[in-house]
Design a binder for this molecule. Structure first.
Ligand SMILES: C[S@@+](CC[C@H](N)C(=O)[O-])C[C@H]1O[C@@H](n2cnc3c(N)ncnc32)[C@H](O)[C@@H]1O
Length: 319
């Protein structure tokens, strides 16, 4: 009896065993937006940001003279895109080895800028290594606190800050889930670039889906729900935070935002101005679950050109 039922389950065309991981992944991504998959395979350009602690726009002219094809983005004067063929070559320039430029996806820069750091702000970056976004905040804000629990990543991040001459960043080798206990309501701004399943960086042709699975997504979702509460509780009343991931899974995105809104009545989701066309609003229905209509205010960046897939949401804490 037991044997028979196992066999019939395996043979059913609808049983989970008969659907490959790749098919599940593709089906989920297509359901979110059919334009994602074809772009996921390509990566024709990359982004380069000027490190304002060490350089100004002169470095752009220097690189252009060396033959690099830097194109400005319309929404930030210190960010440029280049053709992917020049990525390896730029690593040998004195601009790169001298830390005057930082290779960073425009999606990442856009999410960091959406926090709108100000000169008097104390910013908490709750999941910070390797530190690319903390470096952006440190160029404007008075003080940045960068948290990273992984020892190896933590020390690499510290070195990164030193090399980029970002002197206003304090670093903490701690678990972000508990930061709110020692710093409740301390920060003007909080950024949570949550650890995630990184679906936007999957190269289906090269390494495939070796580390992708639904269990992993569930585990990340649980961790993200704890982290977002810690991030929000560390924020001053009247403060602003941004939650971001580089994954498409709604369980790690809109569901985490819905969890915060349900648990923290003083959290208000606000719309962000995103000056690009490769974007879509947040999803309100997924796999039989409904998320509050408000989550439409979240922004999903669709992969295109130098832009990698990204999700971010801006939240304010009532005074
Ligand atoms: C997406 S990366 C952050 C990238 C970074 N913001 C940047 O732009 O350079 C997420 C980071 O969260 C860290 N992380 C994992 N678990 C964490 C936790 N419980 N608390 C804080 N950070 C955590 C990971 O080690 C990883 O370095």
């Amino acid at each position: 009896m037991g044997k028979k039922s196992r066999k019939s389950k395996k043979d059913s065309p609808l049983s989970p065993q008969s659907i490959s991981k790749g098919e599940i992944f593709r089906e989920r991504i297509e359901k979110i937006n059919p334009n994602i998959l074809p772009e996921l395979k390509k990566r024709p350009e990359f982004g380069v940001r000027i490190n304002r602690h060490l350089a100004d726009l002169e470095v752009v002219e220097e690189l252009k003279r060396e033959g690099f094809d830097l194109r400005p983005v319309q929404w930030y004067p210190y960010l440029f895109t280049l053709p992917m063929e020049q990525r390896r070559e730029i690593l040998n320039t004195s601009a790169y080895t001298g830390n005057k430029i930082y290779i960073q996806s425009p999606s990442s820069v856009l999410s960091a800028l959406s926090l709108n750091p100000q000169p008097t702000d104390w910013v908490l970056d709750l999941a910070a290594a390797p530190g690319g976004k903390s470096l952006i905040f440190s160029e404007v804000a008075e003080k940045v606190s960068a948290v990273e629990p992984d020892k190896k990543r933590f020390f690499r991040m510290k070195r990164n800050f030193k090399e980029h001459k970002a002197k206003n960043i304090q670093t903490y080798n701690k678990d972000g889930r508990f930061i709110y206990k020692s710093c409740p309501g301390w920060f003007d701004k909080v950024f949570l670039d949550a650890p995630c399943s990184s679906e936007a960086h999957i190269d289906l042709e090269k390494e495939g889906l070796t580390w992708w699975n639904l269990r992993r997504i569930k585990r990340f979702s649980q961790l993200q729900k704890e982290l977002i509460l810690s991030a929000f509780r560390s924020l001053k009343p009247g403060g602003t935070m941004v939650y971001a991931t580089c994954t498409f899974a709604p369980e790690e995105n809109e569901e985490v935002i819905a969890h915060l809104l349900e648990r923290e009545p003083s959290a208000r989701l606000v719309e962000v101005e995103v000056p690009i066309s490769n974007k879509m609003e947040g999803i309100t229905q997924w796999e039989g679950k409904n998320y509050p209509d408000e989550v439409k205010k979240c922004c999903r960046i669709l992969p295109s050109g130098a832009y990698t897939g990204f999700f971010f949401a801006k939240i304010e804490k009532e005074k």
